[in-house]
Ligand binder design. Structure first.
Ligand code: PGA
Length: 264
């Protein structure tokens, strides 16, 4: 079953940062630290690496505000795809899945079309896709941000209907702003909000205003407890996708508290 959409969303992308034991311990710490918070309208989605999905899912099973996601999945149902993982294989553990993260796009040559196909398939299987898009440093330097995100968004819409689109979460994640890429600066929050508005406009042209307004849009790239409010207080931001800082349970809880406080 697809998760009911919360008002606010924090997606914790643990990437390949921790050991198996480290991920299970982080899940335990998050469970303990989340006690007594009762986030009114915000959901936290933890995305561990594949091997710890079952253990992390089990650890957090009873925490209502926390759900589990995978970091990537293949668009084909099954087949000779060494090293890949299918939707069917993540289904027992994950209600969410990151799709088209720039690190996957760079590593595997994942194309916009495959990203969109995967998102549509996930919805059919009851898993909410968190689709990542955003310009690279090179595209930004060539002033191609609008062109890039427009192309990526239109490609996503090509595989969607209005009904399906209501179930997608879009993350605007400028590749150059990801902490692992050592950004020298971060996006101006107002520029980020402008790009998100553009994404909503593209949806509105295709599926109408209501679909555009209802779409959940997150920001990703070097979010920490100390800067999350600058981004989330901008209009039209529904939450954040957090990489590096999300592996620190205390900081992650602080981020969720901020998002929950700002998004009613
Ligand atoms: P970061 O990663 O928060 O470490 O920049 C975000 C991401 O790549 O998902």
């Amino acid at each position: 079953m697809l998760s009911n959409k919360p008002n606010g969303l924090v997606v914790a992308n643990w990437k390949m940062e921790l050991s198996y034991k480290g991920e299970v311990e982080a899940a335990k710490a998050i469970k303990n630290l989340s006690k007594g918070h009762n986030w009114a309208s915000t959901k936290l989605v933890i995305c561990p690496s594949y091997p710890s999905l079952p253990a992390v899912a089990q650890e957090l099973a009873k925490v209502e505000e926390i759900e589990i996601g995978a970091q990537h999945v293949h668009w084909e149902d099954k087949g000779a795809w060494t090293g890949e993982v299918s939707i069917n294989q993540i289904m027992p553990f994950a209600q969410w899945c990151i799709v088209g993260h720039s690190e996957q796009r760079r590593l595997t040559g994942l194309k916009d079309e495959q990203v969109s196909k995967t998102a549509a398939k996930l919805i059919q299987h009851g898993i909410t896709p968190v689709v990542c898009l955003g310009e690279t440093a090179e595209e930004r330097a060539q002033d191609k941000t609008v062109e890039t995100v427009t192309r990526q968004m239109k490609q996503l819409l090509a595989f969607m209907t209005r009904m399906l689109m209501a179930k997608v979460v879009v993350t605007y994640e400028p590749v150059w702003a990801i902490s692992a890429n050592n950004p020298v600066e971060l996006p101006d929050p107002a520029d980020m909000a402008g790009t998100m508005l553009l994404l909503r406009k593209i949806v509105s042209v295709e599926f109408g205003n209501e679909a555009a307004e209802r779409m959940m849009v997150l920001y990703g790239g070097s979010i920490k407890a100390s800067n999350v409010s600058e981004y989330v207080k901008e209009p039209g931001v529904n939450g954040v996708l957090v990489g590096s800082a999300s592996t620190q349970p205390r900081q992650l809880i602080e981020i969720v508290n901020s998002v929950d406080g700002l998004i009613a």
